[in-house]
Design a protein around this ligand. Structure first.
Ligand code: ADP
Ligand code: MG
Length: 678
């Protein structure tokens, strides 16, 4: 039996080589691809009204008689076709521009269905409506596809409609009946038919729900299977027996760990003892103390005779970790090296050697760590900090340098736990849900630009009181085409304004050596005010910096504002965040209200989901969240939860998906897994 779904669309009627190539560019090769290519939008022509009922501005279908048809060529490229439409309730005018071929189709006294947008002069008027003398396939909800220039919407619609009308296309049901029954889902066939040509609004929502559910379920089941594979592959991770070095590291700390930090360390240690490789995500809000946890894990690793690698997304951050940790590690007899893109030539070769022959126990660096020429003598722990900056690929590349090393991913991206559990379904998750004691909540204000002088005076007072200040701007340099405030212009201004203090600037276009000098001066407290781009967004830790000023705050998303604010409030002194809002938009205003009302990253991210407009997927890629065909994780949270419970149940009853009724899920998952291979 030939699976009709596999039939290539170039064998369909009306699809020649050119069209089939145009479809191919969109990733559509066979009938399955075609039917799984869901509309981007719809045009609802199913609202039918009498002329007396229609309202200005709406798109509507009317059934009318045509009269007074007039066809005129005004000039070479302007043709006008006019007519009067009427039904029992009234009259309206209709006008088409450059559609002279319609003239032949319209006949005085005949009736047609018209669909278009209504405008009103003295009487209603439609401009460029489409029309037909048959009702069938006209007054319906019509799909609108994302297409390319070699295809028209009509070709798309016709091709899909004709496939759906063919009798020999049998839809293989993907989900087992029990799940469809329990979650009230329609069949795959009904869903596909109605996602393309919904009978009505309800049919559309029901179809969409089924397809969203399926998409989430398949992802979730795949991730859980990957996780089971991790656990059952019999892969051996280094089994640690000795935790003296980790304990010694903790004893040397000048603070007591929070309960949450302790809990997470014990979760990590039970992975270490298990003899199986750890795959763990550590989520903790900015400033919650993830570094101490990471350092304990590194010390444990070295205490058992293995090497560890700690990868951070920027040189600033990697160096900060290096400088903070190397002396502590030294006390424990652990030798640490730094490797970033700025290490060159002989020095680099020297570090490669130390790692390869095992003389260096720990390397802290940037993605320079994943270069081919880096190799280890016995790497057993890989930590990536702020993982949303790294792709899965980069993480894997580093892990390949050891024999199934333990892997710990640190993230401050505060996605809600439910979402994290699902999107990182292949990882175990630990959460630090408690801040170190004595932190005062950061006082946060949004101000308009006319208050800027007062903000600067406040900054001056803070500096005189012995604290430091960040001043973040969205751009590096002035640009005639943009009104955004730049680092360079603010730097010039403040250098004069605060002539008695040392002011500096930092941005991504500076040389590494220049950035180092600037950062060091700020770390040691010589520099009082640092003007910067968002290069300071991630991880930078200068406890005596207690004021964050953000220019053009309307330009930043909530997650980013929260990260920026996280640069202050890192010790027990009262800290402040002042956002200068130069925008007028409601969303920006709402964001600032949320920022001013809370410092809880999880609450903020949940609010972020609430105010994001539909389709506004910004940042998902960056956060390592997979892209979906139809689902929208922000809007479809409720379905996501259902799909998750269904996935768990499915695998509990049939861990390898061997049952006949689950066979088609397995087939779909194998298709997906090609993308997610671990
Ligand atoms: P993040 O989770 O954002 O990476 P860090 O690890 O940089 O946070 O920690 C932020 C600051 O809090 C650092 O100065 C660190 O020394 C301090 N810190 C971490 N844990 C504790 C604790 N249990 N008690 C007091 N201070 C802590
Ligand atoms: Mg950090």
């Amino acid at each position: 039996m030939i699976d009709y779904a596999e039939k290539e669309i170039r064998y369909l009627k009306g699809i020649g080589p050119r069209r089939s190539e145009a479809f191919q560019i969109l990733g559509i090769e066979n009938i399955r691809d075609l039917l799984n290519y869901y509309p981007r939008n719809y045009e609802d022509r199913s609202i039918i009204k009498n002329i007396s009922e229609i309202e200005t501005g709406e798109k509507v279908t009317v059934y009318c008689m045509v009269s007074n048809i007039e066809s005129r060529r005004i000039r070479k490229n302007l043709h006008i076709l006019k007519a009067v439409l009427s039904d029992e309730t009234g009259y309206m005018n209709v006008i088409w521009f450059n559609q002279d071929y319609y003239y032949k189709k319209l006949k005085d006294g005949n009736k047609f269905w018209f669909f278009g947008r209504v405008e009103r002069k003295t009487i209603p008027q439609m401009i460029n409506p489409i029309f037909s003398d048959v009702f069938e396939d006209f007054a319906i909800i019509v799909p609108v596809y994302k297409k390319n220039k070699d295809l028209t919407q009509n070709i798309f619609r016709k091709t899909i409609a004709s496939v759906l009308k063919e009798n020999n296309y049998r839809f293989a049901e993907i989900l087992p009946k029990s799940i469809m029954d329990d979650y009230g889902l329609v069949s795959f066939e009904e869903a596909v038919r109605n996602i393309h040509f919904p009978k009505n609004n309800d049919a559309f929502y029901i179809a969409r729900e089924r397809l969203v559910f399926q998409e989430f379920l398949l992802l979730q089941v795949s991730l859980l299977i990957i996780k089971n594979k991790h656990q059952n592959k019999g892969l051996k991770g280094a089994a640690y027996k000795n935790f003296n070095k980790g304990n010694a590291y903790l004893d040397n700390l000048e603070f007591e760990l929070t309960g949450a930090q302790k809990k997470v360390i014990s979760e990590i240690r039970s992975d270490f003892k298990s003899g199986k490789p750890m795959h763990r995500l550590l989520q903790g809000d900015v400033g919650s103390g993830k570094t101490a946890v990471a350092a304990t894990a590194i010390s444990d690793t070295c205490g058992n005779g293995y090497q560890a690698a700690f990868m951070a997304p920027t040189e600033i951050l990697a160096k900060q970790h290096y400088h903070n940790l190397k002396d502590e590690f030294m006390k424990l007899g652990i030798s640490t090296v730094y490797l970033g893109g700025d290490i060159k030539g002989g020095e680099k070769r020297e570090i490669y050697n130390l790692l390869e022959n095992g003389e260096a126990d720990v390397v802290i660096g940037t993605h320079a760590l994943i270069q081919d020429s880096v190799s280890f003598s016995n790497l057993a722990l890989v930590i990536t900090d702020e993982q949303h900056r790294f792709g899965v690929e980069q993480r894997k590349a580093l892990a390949k340098k050891g024999e199934s090393p333990h892997s710990l991913i640190l993230t401050a991206t505060p996605i809600p736990r439910t979402l994290a559990l699902i999107l990182y379904g292949d990882l175990d998750i630990s959460i630090i849900d408690e801040m170190p004691p004595g932190r005062k909540s950061i006082e946060t204000y949004a101000v308009s630009p006319d208050k800027r002088r007062r903000v600067l005076d406040f900054a001056g007072k803070r500096i005189k009181a012995g604290f430091q200040v960040y001043y973040v701007c969205p751009r590096i340099e002035e640009d005639d085409n943009s009104e955004l405030i730049s680092v360079e212009s603010i730097y010039e201004e403040l250098k004069n304004y605060f002539s008695e203090f040392r002011i500096d600037m930092i941005h991504g276009r500076m040389k590494t050596s220049e950035k180092d000098v600037v950062m060091n001066k700020f770390y040691e407290g010589t520099t009082k005010l640092l003007v910067s781009t968002t290069v300071v967004e991630v991880g930078v830790n200068v406890p005596s910096a207690t004021l964050m000023i953000i220019e053009n705050a309307e330009r930043f998303g909530l997650a980013q504002l929260h990260q920026l604010r996280g640069r202050v409030g890192r010790a027990s002194d009262q800290s402040y965040c002042i956002m200068i809002n130069r925008g007028t938009g409601d969303v920006a205003r709402r964001r600032m209200e949320i920022m001013a009302s809370s410092t809880d990253g999880f609450y903020i991210s949940e609010q972020d989901l609430v105010i994001r407009g539909p389709g506004e997927f910004f940042g998902t890629r960056q956060h390592g969240i997979p892209e979906f065909k139809i689902a929208n994780i922000y809007q479809d949270m409720a379905i996501l939860k259902k799909a998750q419970s269904a996935a768990l149940r499915l695998l509990k009853d049939d861990p390898m998906l061997r049952l006949e009724e689950n066979a088609n899920i397995m087939v779909e998952i194998n298709r997906l897994m090609d993308k997610y291979t671990m």
